[in-house]
Design a protein. Structure first.
Length: 95
């Protein structure tokens, strides 16, 4: 998968950087490693014939202007995409 390759490449390049050390790094890596398994689980959960109150709440939120009509999956992928970009940006600014 292209996402996995780009994630592993950017993460392997940035894991030694001081900004990625500590508790944030551990939490972020756990999130990224779980993301690819979680997304299909969430999609399957929303396909059920009788939606749960949580599913109904999330669907209503996705359609609201407050969320900018973005899906839950678009919010879940944001940390996966943005943190490597910020690390690269900061490394360019510092260099």
């Amino acid at each position: 998968m292209h996402l996995s390759l780009s994630l592993s490449l950017s993460l392997s390049l940035s894991l030694t950087h001081p900004l990625t050390q500590g508790a944030f790094s551990a939490a972020y890596l756990k999130y990224v490693n779980s993301y690819e398994r979680a997304l299909p689980f969430i999609r399957e959960r929303f396909k059920v014939a009788k939606p749960s109150p949580l599913t109904t709440f999330i669907h209503e939120g996705e359609r609201s202007a407050f969320c900018g009509n973005h899906s839950l999956s678009s919010f879940l992928v944001a940390p996966v995409q943005r943190v490597p970009r910020y690390i690269l940006l900061l490394s360019v600014c510092i260099a």
